[in-house]
Design a protein around this ligand. Sequence first.
Ligand code: ADP
Length: 263
Amino acid sequence: MGESQRHSVIEITDVSIGYQGKHNTTTAVCEHLSVTVSQGELVCLLGPNGCGKSTFIRTIAGMQPALQGSISLDGQLITTMRPDDLAKKMSVVLTDRIDDVNMSVYDIVSLGRYPYTNWYGKMTDNDEQVIFDAMRKVSVEMLAERRFQELSDGEKQRTMIAKALAQDTSCIVLDEPTAHLDLPNRIEVMELLKVLAHSTKKSILVSTHELSLALQVADNIWLMQKNGPMLYGAPQELVRNKSFEQAFKLDSTVLERFLMNLV
Ligand code: ADP
């Protein structure tokens, strides 16, 4: 798809994120964030620990309010959307480790259909089709009858991504999806997200610590800094203008040697 045909799915305009304390005091974690995610684009959100990545992801997902500014999804402000309407547009995969779930892979993925099913949670043929299609896209269809708690960490994460796909949204937001994975699975999940963004034309936003993987798979990177504006652009562009040195406060020769082998 040409650049001119792409439209912004997530539009973030002059947003401040942070926390409301006692007596109406607010603590801003980051201010004046203005960025967009286009259709079919994989965006990686990077930044040093504590800079506000999780806070930003939770704010975009509508799980905590922005202190100011606006966040729109397909042109509609998330603050004006009912929870089930928001769930039809955005699926969210959080970091939390889920171990003690006594459900099959199929059952977990079918939870993605909850915004569409009736009061009784009755699945239609179309729901079944979407569930199997989602499992196939992330190669867990052979595991459909297996108990979730018996899966490897990589299989669990692929199952959670299948659930997000089954939700049939225009965008998927993931907070640190590789946090509990070993290197081969980290590579597999990040590559999978890139393939899914490009093949399904969904917008995928993923927060990650994986600098090297993000540089290889992201269409665009949002680089959060502690006490500084958000830096954003294509990976090569951010390498060229030394944004990573600035955000991570790293010695430029060390980072240069690391990055030169990647892009
Ligand atoms: P990151 O994901 O980049 O590591 P976080 O979004 O978790 O960063 O945290 C950003 C800042 O917000 C940190 O200073 C952290 O201490 C603070 N913070 C996180 N959660 C809360 C909370 N529930 N209440 C108040 N401050 C918080």
